[in-house]
Write a protein that binds this ligand. Sequence first.
Ligand code: MN
Length: 193
Amino acid sequence: MSASWGSACRPKEGQSVSGDVFVVAPFGASGLHVAVIDGLGGGSEAARAAEGAATVIRARPDYEPLDLIRQAHTALHNTRGAVIGILTFDLQRRDVTYIGVGNIGAQVYSSQPIKPISKNGILGYRLPQLLKLNYSYNFGDTFVLYSDGISSRFGLDTQFNCDQPPQTLADLILSRYGKMNDDATVVVVRISE
Ligand SMILES: [Mn+2]
């Protein structure tokens, strides 16, 4: 089995630094975390908060995602805070979990009923009671994780061909559905046999 992925991001119009960060972190024999993190506000202070959470994941990718979220919450106490969505795949068992805190979107193209949702909250300020959702998926399924600088209307696009390569999809989603007034990030992952 293998995972292919693509990403696209751009800062808010007029900004040189994006406050969004994404992480793709393999671990163990068949584990993979994919996270999108949006630092509150914009510019370098937002980026610093988002990087703080990304660093926690990169440092210990073998940790449970619930523990990563709790550690990131602690690590962000002296920052502006951030929101996060994290998918954790077991590529061998075709099993994925999702934990979302705050406004990160997840859209999955699968014949399985996979509808990840995030809980309200902000890492560094207010951690909700965490909800870890667990799903089985099929090989070939496409997972899209995006910050709120991407309009969720793309999920309603009936012209949308989700069989294209992940990088093509990421570029397309950003160009069609990216908002100019916020940092925008989209990561597309496909797990193949
Ligand atoms: Mn945002």
